[in-house]
Design a protein around this ligand. Structure first.
Ligand code: FES
Ligand code: FES
Length: 179
């Protein structure tokens, strides 16, 4: 009898902790130049907030632990992995996703995206949004990177289909055309 009582107490404690973790918070930030104000669980990642609560589907969940780069977005001018950032951390900040990059091109593909398309850079396309966002950020900071700098700049974005050569070649072609 005594043992059963102890078990029941422990279970009640665990339930309370779960409720505390799931507390909601209010997050306001700029998403692709639009103000967003949303109530979200305080333990939700930016990736989940974007995909599941705001319907922004370009960031993908490849690993959810910061290894693959499929969830890459730009936060205050720096490309980051949105699976490693909690939603409350973006309060008052500026987030850009592939949708925002395309918005600048009036909803069409950006010029850089066209080069990826022309080079058949992607096969399944799962890694594409993260790589396009990372490459866009790279070129904004360094408009004329060397091949090595491009490889280094995109090294955090994994692609399991193409072997990377057509991805790097597309960025090189884009830079050549700009020069
Ligand atoms: S899903 Fe974020 S790095 Fe893989
Ligand atoms: S094209 Fe399939 S993972 Fe990159």
């Amino acid at each position: 009898m005594k043992k059963t009582k102890t078990k029941t107490k422990t279970k009640t404690k665990t339930t309370t902790t779960t409720k505390e973790v799931a507390n909601k918070c209010s997050v306001q930030f700029l998403l692709n130049d639009q103000k967003v104000s949303i109530e979200a669980p305080s333990n939700i990642t930016l990736l989940d907030l974007l995909r599941n609560q705001l319907g922004v589907k370009s960031p993908k969940c490849g690993c959810d632990v910061g290894d693959c780069g499929a969830c890459t977005v730009i936060l205050d001018g720096e490309s980051i992995r949105s699976c490693l950032v909690l939603a409350p951390e973006v309060h008052g900040r500026k987030v850009v996703t592939l949708e925002g990059i395309m918005k600048k091109s009036e909803g069409e593909m950006s010029e850089l995206q066209r080069y990826f398309l022309n080079k058949n850079s992607f096969q399944c396309g799962f890694c594409a949004p993260g790589i396009i966002v990372a490459a866009t950020d790279l070129l904004e900071k360094n408009p004329h990177p060397t091949r090595e700098e491009i490889v280094e700049g995109l090294s955090g974005n994994l692609c399991r289909c193409t072997g990377y050569t057509p991805i790097i070649d597309a960025v090189i072609d884009y830079i050549k055309q700009k020069s």
